[in-house]
Design a binder for this molecule. Structure first.
Ligand SMILES: [Zn+2]
Length: 56
């Protein structure tokens, strides 16, 4: 609690990474656990990926 120099960064520490697999091209990529409620976007082909159905 005493070594913080960047509160914004510290607040991200509790987030886990969720691995997704693009249903269109098969690329695996990660999103943060707080982003599973919204549609993700494949970094390779740009297709919309639903985190609920595309877990790797
Ligand atoms: Zn893709």
């Amino acid at each position: 609690m005493t070594n913080e120099h960047c509160p914004g960064f510290e607040s991200n520490k509790s987030l886990a990474e969720v691995k997704l697999k693009c249903p269109a091209c098969g690329t695996e990529f990660g999103i943060f656990s707080d982003e599973t409620e919204k549609t993700a976007k494949c970094p390779d082909c740009g297709v919309a990926v639903d985190p609920k159905t595309a877990k790797a």
